[in-house]
Design a protein around this ligand. Structure first.
Ligand code: NOJ
Length: 544
């Protein structure tokens, strides 16, 4: 199979934009759709001066009271005035497509805002026709909520609604009531939402907490969690039970199959899902024959794995082994819900190695805005904390640290806005910004650019098979092989020089080092500097 027979979302690189924090064009301190349009050339202008990404995924921009910064949607088919209008959105799609950039949007099917007209109707009386669009139950006969489920944002997953004398379910904020996907009218309405955006030309959806949309029909109590985290907070009820009856119900796959059919009828639209869980459950989201999601997000390298060569290789190998032949892998190292990659992995050298790992493994990489600059966690003064997760479960759980404004240049507010942004710009913005890093040939931004453009030009990196190679403990080596070419990737996860024997290589040329300072020839024994990664093209016919 040639590269062109792969889908764009298999060959391509996805870039996540958190729209509040990318570029403010209206001067209110909050990013917007016009701002994204202004920065499209940065993302891909068709030349290696740009990042070179193939698609953007934009986190929610819908009308919303912003209790959870847009993941509480009050109208699925419009744009919040803070971000612009539907006309801006159409312009964005057109401008992105002109540059060959696909547009993926967030779809939030599990819950609406409590201000959504559907919920306002549903909560108006027990016999309202939309009552059953949400999950309402009586309290237990002995008092208290209908079951023992907790909210991921703290407290119980149920809120009592005094005017109608019942509880409604919300596994996030009480302002995010959960839709009842067992009601066919809800399904029809939510499929219409997909149609609305497909007709506007979107290229796919990232589906928020898609494994949660169906619950056990009887809403049974979850079993207790035998492995309670040591730092468990009193109000963290969700962590006290195992997610058995609220997540990953077997019949969710039938809904995903139908969603896929709908997307397929609009062309090459990608279905991506936010999913966790053990490999054997996660892999089912591709569908038994590939009729499910195209890409169930793979968060293992972000969430579950220690930052060592051994554990990373084990995670990649296990995932590769679990995939049926039709399933295309993918990797995520950062997003708006986790601390910054550079902070998690221990610094800039590690962030550079992470970039090479992410962009050379087999499968679609999703980058998070700002990670290409090596952004570290923002420092948010207590009075400026915004994220409800942090406000409810303690500052250590705040996601604000990964949502600080994009750093474009050294001007005030980092070129993000002309006024004070909604979250503080990080203190390092005068040196860590797009303009400054563009001027430094060895910057992490230039590394990302080189990696992405190399991947774009290489069959082996874009679509080649993955073959790990045994290596010393702190190194991770693998071949990527397409019929036309092979590339060896060698990553040193240690702060020591490592001499590594590279099986299958006699002579080669370094195409890229994470240090961006060498393109020398190598032989079968590689010398890797601390935290250095190399991409090597074998030169089969050359001998010393
Ligand atoms: C997952 C989203 O990524 C997160 O930001 C949000 O708070 C929850 N879903 C609830 O929608």
């Amino acid at each position: 199979m040639t590269r062109s027979s792969y889908k764009w979302w298999q060959r391509g690189v996805i870039y996540q934009i958190y729209p509040r924090s990318f570029q403010d064009s209206s001067g209110n301190g909050i990013g917007d759709l016009n701002g994204i349009i202004q920065r499209l050339d940065y993302l891909n202008d068709g030349t290696p001066n740009s990042l070179g990404v193939d698609a953007i995924w934009i986190s929610p921009f819908y009308p919303s009271p912003m209790a959870d910064f847009g993941y509480d949607v009050s109208d699925y088919c419009d744009v919040h005035p803070l971000f612009g209008s539907l006309a801006h959105f159409d312009h964005l799609v057109q401008a992105a497509h002109q540059r060959g950039i696909k547009v993926i949007i967030d779809y939030v099917p599990n819950h609406t805002s409590d201000q959504h007209p559907w919920f306002i109707e549903s909560s108006s009386s027990r016999d309202n026709p939309k009552r059953d669009w949400y999950i309402w139950r009586n309290g237990r006969t002995d008092g208290g909520p209908p079951n023992n489920w907790g909210s991921f944002f703290g407290g119980p997953a149920w809120t009592y609604h005094a005017p109608t004398g019942q509880y409604y379910l919300h596994q996030f904020l009480k302002e995010q009531p959960e839709l009842n996907w067992r009601n066919p009218e809800v399904r029809a309405a939510m499929f219409d939402v997909l149609r609305f955006w497909l007709a506007r030309g979107v290229d796919g959806f990232r589906m928020d907490v898609i494994g949660l949309i169906l619950k056990h029909p009887e809403l049974r109590d979850n079993p207790p969690n035998p492995h309670l985290p040591p730092d468990l907070l009193p109000n963290d009820l969700a962590a006290r039970t195992l997610m058995v009856h609220n997540l990953d119900q077997d019949d969710v796959h039938e809904i995903l199959r139908k969603m896929r059919q709908l997307l397929d009828s609009y062309g090459d639209c990608v279905a991506i899902g936010e999913l966790w869980g053990p490999l054997d459950r996660w892999v089912r989201y591709y569908g038994a024959q590939g009729e499910g999601l195209h890409l169930p997000f793979n968060f293992r390298l972000m969430d579950e794995v220690a930052w060592t060569a051994e554990s990373i290789r084990a995670s990649v190998d296990e995932m590769e082994a679990a995939l049926p032949p039709f399933a295309w892998p993918n990797y995520v190292l950062g997003n708006h819900d986790r601390i910054r990659l550079a902070t998690r992995f221990g610094g800039q050298a590690q962030a550079c190695l992470a970039a090479m790992l992410l962009l050379t493994l087999r499968g679609t990489p999703t980058l998070y805005y700002g990670d290409e600059l090596g952004l570290e966690n923002g420092v948010i003064p207590p009075e400026k904390l915004q994220d409800p997760q942090g406000l409810n479960l303690g500052a250590a759980r705040s996601r604000d640290v990964a949502r600080t404004p994009m750093q474009w240049d050294a001007s005030s507010y980092a070129g993000f806005s002309s006024v004070e942004p909604w979250l503080p710009v990080s203190a390092d913005y005068e040196t860590r910004n797009v303009a400054a890093q563009t001027a430094v040939p060895t910057s992490i931004l230039n590394l990302y650019r080189r990696l992405i453009w190399l991947r774009r030009s290489s069959d082996a990196l874009a679509i080649g098979a993955y073959q790990p190679v045994d290596a010393p403990r702190s190194c991770f080596l693998y071949w990527r092989s397409a019929p036309s070419e092979r590339r060896l990737i060698a990553l040193n996860f240690s702060d020591r020089v490592q001499q590594v024997q590279a099986p299958g290589l006699s002579n080669g040329r370094i195409l890229l080092s994470t240090h961006l300072d060498r393109t020398d020839r190598v032989t079968a024994v590689l010398s890797l500097r601390p935290w250095e990664g190399l991409i090597i093209a074998p030169e089969e016919g050359i001998h010393d």
